[in-house]
Design a protein around this ligand. Structure first.
Ligand code: BGC
Length: 761
């Protein structure tokens, strides 16, 4: 074991400061005198974007611009749809091996910001609108990559939920929303899989840059969650480097060419920065760097086998695509005449633009895949893959081609220019030329299938007219082969939507606030993000969260709980039998949601707290078990500074989509935790009778003196007392009004107040 402490002690102040920023665009600092080597980090996340070459391939900032040829796996929008942690772990293992084989110490990703609005240009690179799904899938990705002793960089920490002004915008957000929605995914990933590094975001959170945010980078990340690796900036996200060191930011990327190192040295010398904080940053860095370097010899078997890894990319995408609609036309019959329409059939859109863009090894289109298999296909371009432009002769030829076929498959999607890192989308529409052609084809052929290539929800105005819709998302370089397998039923679709497809842009939760005013973006919708919002508003959607069809059918039965009682430290196992009732092997996702029935304010109708994918042969059944604990029921109380669930009833809901709950059961939860109550003139009886410490004191006063609003009591001009009215009057009564209503004397109220204060001390 290398002694990092001793090594740090040997370093000069200047050497330590120099470690805190990159040597180049992609490499950490070398200190030859002490045998500290430079290691490389690389984008990420769904493929290796290692930039190679010497000086001649660098731009003026020293950024090497020559990526190696790599395997482009499906982007996060697709991989989250798998709802399959084993699959994503395997994909991570493949990526980790590729990194080891090419000497990359950290693969920058996964990117796990919550999809607050479907407009965010970078949603294709993020997993979900749900933090639990996000956390579990990212934990699996990290486990896989790090199994090769290569680091990951969980990014962008935190609240980078839009591309518009992402480098400066201030995300204004309340503590509860921050914890429950925007941090919970990071929390799960850190606690379960301990990523070697975290990348902080560019933006501010409530006025403080992430890169200088001690609460985020130290108090929450390290002290609460136990993070052990190093924190790096997003590229160029440093404002004040010295403040960053003090807040817990270890590495600035890319290099500052010495400028910020000098500021760190100066700050230590003039006493504004405690050298111990610098030592901490350097220790965090060296721990991870040497963990990679010292274990490299154990992984000499690592290979970057592109042929093998391409097959993995096809396999992963086959398990991610989501079948949104099917009236029986799919799987396609090999004997029928099929028309492939739309240029995406020839040039699929399979990845997004920006820092995750891979120089792909081999892209196989659906058309190539069909040709390889000798399918009976007629192809007509119909519309271009890269712009919204209607060419009348292409349009007419495509309609003619569709008319003569038994089934018309339209390959639609978003062109690169409409969705990318760096900017947000303006609307949720597909190009008009595509919508027009699909409408026209529906007039001439009753069997129309639409295959979608997009990184985020789109509006499908023709969805009632077509026979089937297959959502491929951005499916990686194997998308065409995966699509062929799925269309022809060689693989049974088993993806589920990791996000809601709304009916229109105006329905989306942060429609009125998304983007902000040029300086700030206010998260006014609070915890009501994605399905949490649509369900609360009872709003119709195009397709709900968790939804996805199969070529077979499944039945859920026999929901059982290991106990119907739970407390702060116990766990319950929820089990359910799932049976394949159709004629084809398939996979189903068991989804477990929890609904708070205690009447607590501000809780979503239900929230995802467990899921598992299961493969079943026809007529086979398996019992699936999922575990829940107190945290599964809890919300984050800012007053308590902790997670809290009130004692009372909670519903366990099990289904195969958020809108298709197939079995439910109830549990009774008891907690010893208390929410803090401030006893003062405005404290209400409602709050006091909810707390077991104060309830007896309230009861004693009202039993002695009588409750004027008791059911049936004569309440004079206010009308005949109903139970509801009595309850409302009583729960809303503040301490200061007890005497005014003649319920007790002022002396009695003073004594009552004192007793209450003592009880909650
Ligand atoms: C992106 C990061 C990326 C980095 C390096 C930034 O602009 O936000 O996700 O890892 O560049 O390319």
């Amino acid at each position: 074991m290398r002694n990092i402490k001793e090594l740090v002690e040997k370093m000069t102040l200047e050497e330590k400061a120099s470690m805190c920023s990159g040597e180049t665009f992609w490499d950490t600092q070398t200190i030859e005198r002490l045998g500290i080597p430079s290691v490389m980090v690389s984008d990420g996340p769904h493929g290796l974007r290692k930039q190679e070459g010497g000086k001649e391939t660098e731009d003026q900032l020293g950024n090497r611009l020559n990526p190696i040829t790599s395997i482009c796996f499906p982007a996060a929008c697709a991989t989250a749809s798998s709802f399959d942690t084993d699959l994503i772990e395997q994909m991570g293992e493949t990526l980790g091996e590729e990194c080891q084989a090419t000497d990359v110490s950290v693969l920058l990703g996964p990117a796990i910001n919550i999809k607050r609005s479907p407009l965010c240009g970078r949603n294709f690179e993020y997993f979900s609108e749900d933090p639990y799904l996000t956390g579990k899938i990212s934990a699996a990705h990290i486990r896989g990559v790090q199994s090769w002793n290569v680091g990951t960089s969980l990014k962008h920490f935190a609240c980078n939920n839009q591309e518009y002004l992402r480098m400066s915008v201030d995300s204004i957000i309340d503590e509860r929303t921050l914890r429950e929605i925007y941090l919970a995914g990071f929390e799960i990933a850190v606690k379960e899989s301990q990523p070697k590094t975290i990348m902080c975001s560019y933006n501010r959170i409530n006025g403080v840059y992430s890169a200088e945010n001690k609460k985020l980078l130290s108090d929450i990340l390290r002290d609460e969650w136990g993070f052990k690796g190093y924190v790096m900036t997003d590229w160029g996200a440093v404002a004040d480097r010295v403040k960053g060191i003090a807040a817990g930011l270890d590495l600035e990327m890319p290099t500052s060419h010495g400028a910020n190192d000098a500021k760190i040295v100066e700050a230590v010398k003039n006493g504004t920065l405690d050298e111990k904080l610098l030592d901490k940053a350097v220790t965090n860095l060296l721990n991870v760097i040497f963990d990679y370097v010292d274990n490299k010899s154990k992984h000499t078997d690592a290979k970057f086998n592109r042929e093998r890894d391409h097959k993995k990319a096809v396999e992963v995408e086959s398990e991610c695509a989501v079948l949104l609609k099917n009236n029986g036309v799919l799987p396609l019959n090999k004997e029928k005449k099929i028309a492939y329409i739309g240029e995406f059939a020839e040039k699929p859109r399979y990845q997004g633009g920006g820092s995750s863009h891979i120089k792909s090894w081999k892209v196989v289109s659906a058309l190539d895949a069909a040709k390889d298999k000798g399918r009976k296909i007629e192809y007509s371009k119909g519309f271009p893959f890269n712009k919204d432009e209607l060419n009348q002769s292409d349009f007419d030829a495509a309609v003619e081609c569709a008319k003569n076929a038994d089934v018309a498959v339209v390959f639609a999607g978003l062109p690169d220019a409409l969705e990318s890192e760096g900017f947000d989308r303006k609307n949720l529409d597909l190009p008009e030329c595509q919508n027009k052609l699909i409408e026209e084809i529906c007039r001439v052929n009753k069997n129309v299938v639409v295959v979608l290539h997009n990184g985020a929800p789109v509006i499908l105005p023709w969805r009632d007219k077509v026979s089937a819709i297959l959502e491929l998302y951005l499916g990686g370089e194997g998308v065409g082969e995966a699509c062929d397998r799925l269309l022809y039923g060689e693989t049974n679709p088993c993806g589920k939507l990791p996000e809601t497809f709304p009916v229109k842009l105006e329905d989306t939760p942060c429609y009125e606030n998304f983007g902000g005013n040029g300086w700030t973006t206010e998260y006014k919708e609070g915890v009501y993000v994605g399905y949490r919002y649509y369900e609360k508003k009872k709003m119709a959607v195009q397709y709900p969260f968790g939804f996805g069809l199969s070529y077979t059918t499944f039945e859920f039965s026999n929901l059982k709980l290991s106990s119907s009682k739970m407390d702060d430290s116990s766990k319950i196992t929820v089990s359910v039998d799932v049976k394949n009732t159709g004629c084809m092997r398939g996979k189903e996702v068991v989804q477990l949601y929890i609904a708070d029935k205690t009447g607590t304010f501000g809780r979503p109708i239900k929230e995802l707290k467990g899921f598992k994918k299961v493969q079943l042969d026809p007529q086979e059944f398996k019992t699936i078990e999922l575990e829940i604990d107190a945290r599964s029921l809890s919300w984050y109380s800012q007053d308590l500074g902790d997670w809290f669930a009130k004692s009372g009833k909670y519903e366990i809901l099990v289904g195969n989509s958020s809108d298709n709950i197939l079995a439910k059961a109830e549990i009774n939860f008891t907690t010893k935790k208390h929410l803090p109550i401030k006893i003062g003139p405005d404290t209400t009886m409602g709050l006091l009778i909810e707390d077991e410490r104060t309830a007896p004191i309230v009861d004693a006063l009202f039993n002695k003196n009588g409750n004027p609003w008791e059911e049936g009591a004569d309440i004079g001009e206010l009308g005949e007392g109903s139970a509801e009215m009595a309850n409302a009057m009583f729960t809303g009564l503040p301490i200061k009004s007890i005497a005014s209503f003649g319920i007790a004397t002022r002396e009695e109220v003073d004594k009552f107040t004192e007793d209450l204060k003592k009880a909650v001390e």
